[in-house]
Write a protein that binds this ligand. Structure first.
Ligand code: FE2
Length: 276
């Protein structure tokens, strides 16, 4: 059994997006512009409504997938195909933008905490222009596994102890786990060899093998079959993995294609109203 260790650690950078939503970005910055097949990771989290209330009004996407996982608070999603959904704490939406979609992601609360993650996942060239589609799952649809006392794992995608997450049919064959570790507890996750993997610590801190990962840090993992996590004082993290795509990436804002010509075409199609 080969064990994954930490290759690189990055402190997430405060930024804002949408109509002024404050968030912390770790993938998609000039320190780590991408981590094939992942293009962006934002951790939004605040108890100040001023920091989120303006939300993410109508905006387009083409050529990749956006994955929203809510920790606290509620987010209403509406798009140009007429689809609509409400994300609640513990719920997940895996949206395959494909050939193009215009949507809004708006907080549906005026006070209290709101936090969660948005991950951008690339699509291989053969699927970039597919029809847009969604996988939306309520909190109860995401299984909770307790491998040992003091360890709780919500399985959004992938497998833990024979329990499968609800997300399926995705090109990169993702793993997406929300792992809570009580003080002194250890959890080992099996990951497919060759898949890119990272952890992001959003409560407390954690150890990966023998190295510490602090709060709001993303740790890129080396290759291996298993990753061992623990926390001296307690911590919570997401562990995400996926098969690298290995194709050229040309990106401009919400359009991620293989060539600049395809990006220009995406901008033109959007401006001419040719998205869904
Ligand atoms: Fe979006």
């Amino acid at each position: 059994m080969t064990h994954r260790t930490i290759k690189q650690t990055i402190l997430a950078r405060p930024t804002s997006d949408g109509a002024g939503v404050r968030l912390k970005r770790s993938i998609g910055t000039d320190i780590l512009s991408e981590l094939d097949p992942f293009l962006l990771l934002d951790n939004f989290g605040t108890e100040n409504p001023e920091d989120y209330i303006a939300g993410f009004p109508d905006h387009p996407h083409r050529g990749f997938e956006t994955v929203t996982y809510m920790i606290q608070g509620r987010m209403r999603h509406k798009d140009s195909s007429g689809a609509e959904g409400l994300l609640r704490p513990g719920g997940v939406q895996w949206m395959t933008a494909g050939r193009g979609i215009i949507h809004s992601e708006m907080p549906e609360q005026t006070n209290g905490e709101m936090s969660g993650f948005q991950l951008w996942v690339n699509l291989p060239a053969a699927e970039k222009m597919c029809m847009p589609c969604y996988q939306d799952f309520e909190p109860d649809d995401v299984p909770l596994v307790k491998p040992t006392d003091g360890v709780e794992v919500r399985v959004i995608a992938g497998e833990v102890d024979g329990v499968l997450g609800p997300i399926n049919g995705i090109a990169i064959e993702p793993t997406y786990l929300d792992v809570s570790l009580s003080p002194g507890e250890t959890f080992s996750a099996n990951l497919p060899l060759g898949h890119t993997a990272f952890v992001y610590v959003f409560q407390g801190q954690a150890m990966i093998s023998n190295d510490n990962v602090g709060l709001d840090h993303l740790a890129v993992l080396s290759d291996g079959e298993q990753v061992c996590m623990s926390s001296a004082d307690g911590g919570r993290l997401i562990l995400v993995a996926g098969r690298p795509i290995g194709e050229p990436v040309a990106r401009y804002g919400p359009f991620v294609m293989n060539t600049t010509h395809e990006v220009r075409q995406a901008i033109q199609d959007y401006q001419q109203g040719n998205f869904v």
